[in-house]
Design a protein around this ligand. Sequence first.
Ligand SMILES: O=c1ccn([C@@H]2O[C@H](COP(=O)(O)O)[C@@H](O)[C@H]2O)c(=O)[nH]1
Length: 282
Amino acid sequence: MTRRKPFGERLHAAIDARGRLCVGIDPHPPLLRAWGLADDAAGVREFSLRVVEALGGRVAVFKPQSAFYERHGSAGVAALEETIAAARAADTLTLVDAKRGDIDSTMRAYADAYLADGSPLAGDAVTISPYLGFASLAPAVETALESGRGVFVLALTSNPEGGTVQRAQADGTTVAASMARAAARLNAAEVADGAPLGSVGLVVGATVPDLPDDVDLADVRGPLLAPGYGAQGARGAQLRALFGDAWGAVLPSTSREVLAAGPDAAGLRAAADSALADVTAA
Ligand SMILES: O=c1ccn([C@@H]2O[C@H](COP(=O)(O)O)[C@@H](O)[C@H]2O)c(=O)[nH]1
C-alpha cells in the first residue's frame, strides 16, 4: 500500500489548488425540510451525497458534523461513513467534526475509529477536545501522524461561552495558549522536515473577538480551522484582522450559509464561490 503523505502537506496542496474554504455538512432538520427531504437517516444520506456531488473537487475540505448523523442511530452513522467514502471518491479531504476526548485508554479506541486505516469512520482528520488534558490526546495524535491524517484540537471555540474555560489561566498561562504551545511542539518535527504545515491543527473560531495576549498562532505551524464564518456572523475582513500573521494557516469553515443555498447544485456552488471570494479578498 502506498503511504499517504502527511495531512498538513495534503491540506496545504488542497488549499493551494482550490482556495481556503471548508464546507461543513450539517444536515439540520430545518435544512432537510427545506430540501424536501425526510428527517431520517435516508434524508441525511441523500442531503450529504448531494453536497458532495455539487462541491466535491471544488472546495478544499468537507467537514461533516457527526452529531447530525448520530441522532439517527446506526443508520445515521452508516450515512456518515458513506459521506466520507463519497468525499474520498470525489478527491476532497474530510474533517470529521466529532470533538472526541477521553482518558488515554479510551482515546485509543476513538483514534482507531476516526484515524486508523481501514476504519469506515476515518476521514482525513478529526476534531478532538483537550479538556481531559492535552496529553490524554496522545493516542489520537500518534495514530494521525502514523497514518498521514490530522487532528484539530479545540483551542478558542466560536461560541461565546467558550472563553470562560479557554481564557482561564493556570500558572499565568491561558488554557488556549497551553493548547497552542502543545500543538506547536508536535508540529515542530514535521515542519523541520520541510512540511509547509504540520498535521496538528487548532480550532479557533472566526467569531472570537480577539486572541489572548499569550496566544501566538503563527508559532503553531499547523492548520487553524475557523468555524463561525457565515451563519454565526463572521466575514472575511473580521477573520483577517483576528489572525494577523497566522493568516497563511487559516481554513475558514461555513456550514448553514452554504447549505441553505441548496438543494440545487448551482446554488450550492454559487454560495461556496461567494464565501471563498470573500475570504480570498480579505
Ligand atoms: O468552535 C467551533 C467548533 C465547531 N463548530 C462547528 O462548526 C459548524 C458551524 O456551522 P455553521 O452553520 O457554519 O454555524 C457546526 O458543525 C459546529 O458544530 C463551531 O461552530 N464552532
